[in-house]
Design a protein around this ligand. Sequence first.
Ligand SMILES: *Cc1c(COP(=O)(O)O)cnc(C)c1O
Length: 427
Amino acid sequence: MNYYSLHHKSPKTTFKNAVVQGLAKDRGIYFPDNITTLSKEFIANISEYTNHEIAYEVIKQFVGDEIPTKKLKEIITKTVSFDFPIVKVDENIASLELFHGPTMAFKDVGAKFMAQCLEYFNQGNTEEITVLVATSGDTGGAVANGFLGAKGVNVVILYPSGKVSDIQEKQLTTLGQNITALEVDGVFDDCQEMVKTAFLDEEITKKLTSANSINVARWLPQMFYFFFAYKELHKKHKDLVFSVPSGNFGNICAGVMAQKLGLPIKHFIASTNINDTVPNYLINGIYSPKPSKATISNAMDVGNPSNFIRIQELFSNDLEALKSAFSSYAFTDDETRETMKEIYKNSGYVADPHGAVGYLGLKKYELQENEFGIFLETAHPVKFLDVVEETLPVKIEIPKQIQKIINNKKVAIKVANYQDLKSFLLK
Ligand SMILES: *Cc1c(COP(=O)(O)O)cnc(C)c1O
């Protein structure tokens, strides 16, 4: 499969190169050259397939012959190694829990898939590659975990000091081995900007790759969730509406891609916190990125979502077509907390702030009689322990994945600007 840059100034490239480079030379992100709809039979008989078989059917065209079938199936087995339960919350609303993986956020799937592709592609190379990644919270932990011990791959994670939760910080600063955490004096956008600058810097770019959701190997496997959910829910014979708590818009973009492959999804809602660049764009047609603002759903504190351009591409840059299948709404922290309380009061379900934003999106959209709403619960409530326990009368039990790391010692290197990062990478 070939990929082209969405800036259209770099040549087309292979899946391998798109994974290894992350970003094209013209700074554009990659997009698959052609997309083949899956067979109607497959969609109609989806219940007869295991999750591993579904994942293979969904991803294989995007990898092409660049990874042998047997190896790709192995990669999928290691990636899809936990459950994705659907929990009913209201009469016509359910939570799709994506947080049962090793770091308890949905990013585990993309991170693990990408780590294994990269390890495969770098096999036999004597030079090590460095994965450079900026995180607003959960990416760092998922990438660190996914890549831990990967041969020939070093991982460097930039995170904004004081802007990630304690557990998130532990997850990305305590693993050691091939993982290094850099603590940046700034916000997430500063981290992301530094990463982008590093990729343009001739002196260091050669051995760098990115593991942000711009990387096709992180982005595309996220399609699996939507297929898994459809497998469970299609028997309801209702039109499915997905609300995705969105920051960099990678996850929801994977959903739109799943729809493009023929998955019957009626409507998408990109639910955001007050970082409302996309909701505003849908209202006034002006895309005006802003510096990110800190919120209680910090994994979505993104002022200029990198993947939105892919969504526009999927709708052939037709704003009216986009608006008919896709809505986007922004919510404040107060609304988020109120909703966490409301969900808990009505159903006993403990939503984390991101999931609550997703739920709010479904409420604002106003589901019709024949529609069923699913919000993606992107993180376990324990990852936002302070907010959840302040807001709800609950005491969250610490899951074993978290217990393992909570008393480990944080190791991070402080970084103030791009020069600091560069000196570190040149060492
Ligand atoms: C990363 C993340 C999001 C946002 O996902 P995008 O693909 O960047 O839109 C939402 N919730 C949680 C918990 C996350 O970690």
